[in-house]
Design a protein around this ligand. Structure first.
Ligand code: IVH
Length: 674
């Protein structure tokens, strides 16, 4: 193809994908695909300098901010970074630096992880957070201060007053564990799952309702400073990258300890390898390592190109993506009846594991991506965790490939599927009789965070269901009447049967929150179960709770309240509960209140407490008839804030909720409580 035509084609494609990524927050292609196209354009422009135009995507970063938030102009632009693929490109970077500076000796480098999230610039005036902004087009971002205040890792006030103005730069990320937890909740609610932690983080920053941002439990890691207009800037801040981060840590920012200072590039290359090995076990996603010239004087000398600073480069790990053949698409029925299409793949090694199955999320998503059986597809381990099919390679599609047809009946029980308005999942409504749902409900019940019944694994459950020894969760507690039959089973010796029955017995006294979570009440997750247990104290009381009582509670919205009420009105559920209780399931229940001084009052504890563990403080409140909650809302009466309190304190101030110090809280307790 003619180079000029190809360059034009790449430019318009890159512009489009840039817009999808930065503005719409909804990429259509993978980062690797984008990087490859970008690379190709850079190479073309280098080979044919007449093709370089000012409006080329290689000459600028990002696109305009979306409307809805007020624009904020960065005092120092938020630049992008050049990429290095492979160690040799790091060595070339080192050579360039030395040439530019006219040095023969080794340069001091600083390396840190490249967090895979959303960039953010925080402006502090006299040590107080004034604005938080997204990167936007690099020059102008969006003011998302209200949302940023919900992020725990963002100090609202620095630990040192710092007269003047300073921009702190960093990345907002979602931890993998939070991502998994939120997606699990989304599955139970029949909502669309987040695609990856980065999208969940950057989408979280753009919520018009900051409560929704808070729900995403985002983190913030600082990696540098922008403009520094301080009367007398602390030396550490302006001397070196390494000392600046040390200083930021002192004034209250989360700085990861995986950093490296090295004289010469070889030490940095070792660090890059080490981080590459540690990558799968990190609690958050990274997409590379950023290598920076450590000395700020040298950084200034090196300056910037149109694309980014000359003094830094982003080393990118080989993509955790791979091509493979999609053999077939089958559907899975989840615990709550949601129907998920799953790809059966030709096994492929990606991101450190062999993947032979990948989720296709739901039939809307499948339709949008236009994935078909027999296609060559791109598979990726999103956020290092759940393998997913990114999309098909259309050029390789066979002419006779047919579009998959969504099922109309449940593959497990043949009940006609339904689709609730506004929700993306097809659903099997036969919650009690569908073998797939019954099996998932049992597997959930025995799970580690629920009743934790060891020896009752997934295969075991399916086998016992098939034999008719299990039917619903209450039937687990009748297994001891089938001891003789159990002993007949393959691989079930005396000892394993004894162990299984003992594990079942032992589970009977699991604390109430775990039992509530295990029951699989619609919309009640782990945290919700804890809140309910705290508020009601016994299963019996919760059983009779009505919508109006439930909706008063912290963290319980209208939908959850009616789900709970409905669940306890269902006769089958009530029968199962009666059978559980009759079988001796007796959760350890909260102690009865010893006083009523906090009757009807809800407390939230935040920050560091000196005299109490938070759990003990909460238990004390409950003993006095009050409630303890995990988040601040209009239903909160008191927030007890210790040092380091962040978003909860801010929320309390915003809502006008009374804020107490630990001493003031102690003073409210009757003498001798402690
Ligand atoms: S330094 C002048 N350090 O990567 C640019 N950036 O391509 C200085 N990022 O959007 C950037 N982790 O938000 C730097 N440890 C790190 C980073 C990091 C993630 C992001 C940054 C920016 C992009 C640059």
């Amino acid at each position: 193809m003619d180079p000029a035509a190809r360059a034009a084609e790449l430019r318009s494609a890159l512009e489009h994908h840039n817009y999808r990524y930065y503005v719409l927050d909804s990429p259509e292609i993978s980062d690797t695909q984008f990087d490859l196209m970008f690379r190709e354009l850079v190479d073309l422009e280098t080979a044919h300098s007449e093709l370089k135009t000012l409006d080329s995507p290689t000459q600028r970063v990002g696109t305009l901010p979306i409307s809805g938030f007020t624009p904020h102009r960065h005092l120092v632009p938020m630049l992008s970074l050049e990429n290095a693929f492979g160690e040799d490109e790091l060595r070339q970077f080192d050579e360039r630096i030395k040439r530019f500076l006219g040095l023969t000796g080794d340069v001091d480098y600083f390396a840190e992880m490249k967090f895979d999230g959303a960039s953010m610039s925080l402006t502090y005036v006299d040590g107080v957070l004034e604005t938080a902004t997204t990167r936007g087009d690099g020059t102008t971002g969006e003011n998302v201060t209200t949302n940023a205040r919900t992020i725990r890792g963002i100090p609202l006030r620095l630990r040192e007053a710092l007269p003047g103005r300073i921009e702190v730069r960093g990345e907002v990320v979602m931890l993998k564990s939070v991502f998994d937890e939120l997606n699990a909740t989304k599955v139970t609610k029949g909502e669309q799952q987040f695609v990856n932690p980065r999208n969940a983080a950057s989408g979280g920053l753009r919520q018009l309702d900051s409560r929704l941002t808070a729900e995403r439990k985002l983190n913030f890691f600082a990696y540098g400073v922008g403009s520094v207009e301080l009367g007398l800037p602390p030396l550490e801040l302006v001397e070196k990258q390494s000392t600046a981060l040390g200083y930021l840590k002192e004034v209250g920012f989360a700085i990861r300890s995986e950093i490296k200072v090295s004289t010469g590039i070889e030490g940095i290359i070792e660090f890059v390898e080490a981080i590459g090995r540690a990558r799968p076990t990190l609690p958050f996603g990274i997409d590379g390592v950023v290598v920076k010239v450590n000395d700020k004087g040298m950084q200034n000398e090196l300056g910037n190109t149109a694309r980014g600073p000359r003094w830094a480069i982003a080393y990118k790990y080989p993509a955790e993506q791979a091509f493979t053949i999609l053999n077939s698409i089958f559907v899975q029925v989840g615990r709550t009846g949601n129907i998920t299409p799953v790809a059966d793949l030709e096994p492929v090694f990606v991101g450190g594991v062999t993947v032979s199955r990948a989720t296709l999320h739901n039939f809307d998503d499948l339709e949008r991506k236009d994935v078909r059986e027999g296609d060559t597809v791109i598979v990726q381990r999103a956020g290092d965790v759940i393998p997913e099919v990114v999309g098909p390679v259309l050029e390789k599609r066979r002419a006779d490939a047919e579009k998959p047809v969504p099922p109309v009946v449940c593959p497990a029980c043949e009940t006609p599927l339904v689709r609730q308005e506004g929700l993306v999942f097809l659903k099997c409504p036969n919650s009690k009789g569908c073998p797939a749902q019954v099996s998932s409900a049992l597997k959930h019940f025995v799970g580690r965070k629920m009743m934790d019944i060891e020896g009752l694994g997934e295969k075991q459950i399916d086998r016992l269901l098939e034999l008719g020894y299990l039917s619903d969760i209450a039937s687990i507690f009748r297994l001891h009447t089938r001891k003789a039959e159990l002993l007949e089973l393959d691989r079930m010796g005396d000892q394993s049967v004894e162990n299984l029955l003992a594990a079942i017995d032992e589970s009977k006294t699991r604390p109430l929150p775990r039992l509530l979570f295990a029951l699989g009440i619609t919309d009640v997750g782990e945290r919700g179960a804890q809140d309910l247990a705290r508020s009601f104290g016994t299963l019996e009381k919760l059983k009779h709770a009505k919508y109006d009582d439930l909706v008063q509670l912290e963290g319980v919205g209208a939908k959850t309240a009616s789900s709970i009420e409905l669940w306890f009105e269902d006769e089958d559920n009530l029968r199962v509960i009666d059978e559980l209780l009759a079988a001796g399931v007796a959760p350890v229940e909260a102690e009865a209140p010893v006083s009523d001084i906090f009757e009807g009052k809800t407390f939230v504890f935040t920050g560091k407490l000196e005299k109490f563990m938070r759990e003990d403080a909460e238990a004390t409140v409950m003993k006095m008839g009050g409630k303890a909650a995990g988040s601040v809302s209009v239903k909160t009466h008191y927030v007890v804030a210790g040092p380091g309190a962040g978003s909860k304190l801010a929320k309390a101030e915003q809502l006008g909720v009374a804020v107490l110090t630990e001493e003031e809280f102690l003073a409210m307790l009757p003498a001798g409580t402690l």
